[in-house]
Design a protein around this ligand. Structure first.
Ligand code: AMP
Length: 209
């Protein structure tokens, strides 16, 4: 039995067809059920549906053998206790800085609103800019509009969320996609099952590229 941790939303929507190609189909409609653990049709896999930021934690502690997580979340989580096995090439986007349209960042210390506290701190440290990081859990785009921050660090896909809030992307910090991560102990104890899953997912990913 394998347990796979995955988050609702963009990653789940993109990952389900890929998992299906690897022979893993949930036994119920994940869009409708309120269950947090859902078995697969073949019965050899359970899916646990959790918050995106919790996926690396579940995998690290062995509550899930395998997880599907955005590179943004993995880098921010910063753990060497799990293996990153595969770039699934899903939920692709960019981690960027963004400002109100036409606005230059002021000289000196700037305020940055983000949920990616470590990533943002590292990025601005490399650029030699002094920053005060303001941790937010959502609606980052609001921060510069209401004067809470000079800029934000957030994921950008089509750019329409920034556009709708009169903001524009500035610097690219990192290209993001979803990765398959594996618990280190599971890798030893369930080697054959995990090897087979990785192989099948690799085939499914290659078919799309
Ligand atoms: P967009 O308007 O298409 O640029 O999407 C930006 C919004 O969607 C922001 O609120 C992002 O945090 C979120 N977003 C974009 N891509 C992803 C992704 N791959 N995973 C999670 N959230 C994302």
């Amino acid at each position: 039995m394998l347990t796979i941790a995955i988050s609702k939303g963009r990653i789940l929507k993109d990952a389900l067809p890929l998992l299906a190609e690897a022979g893993i189909e949930p036994s119920e409609d994940l869009g409708k059920t309120r269950k947090l653990i859902v078995s697969s049709k073949k019965g050899d896999v359970n899916l646990v549906i959790i918050r995106a930021t919790d996926v690396p934690t579940f995998v690290e502690y062995g509550a899930a053998d395998v997880g599907i997580s955005g590179k943004d979340v993995l880098v921010e989580h910063n753990s060497d206790s799990l293996y990153e096995m595969l770039d699934l090439q899903l939920a692709k986007c960019r981690l960027m800085t963004a400002v109100i349209k036409g606005c230059e960042l002021p000289a000196g210390k700037i305020r940055v609103a983000t949920k990616y506290v470590s990533l943002a701190r590292q990025y601005f440290a490399k650029k030699g800019r002094q920053v005060e990081i303001i941790k937010l859990y959502g609606s980052m785009e609001l921060a510069p509009i209401v004067g809470l921050a000079d800029c934000i660090v957030d994921l950008v896909d089509t750019g329409s969320t920034l556009e709708a809030n009169n903001m524009e992307p500035q610097d690219l910090i990192m290209q993001i996609s979803s990765r398959l991560v594996v618990n280190k102990a599971s890798m030893k104890m369930k080697h054959e099952e995990i090897k087979e899953l990785v192989k099948q997912l690799q085939v499914a990913v290659d078919k799309r590229c």
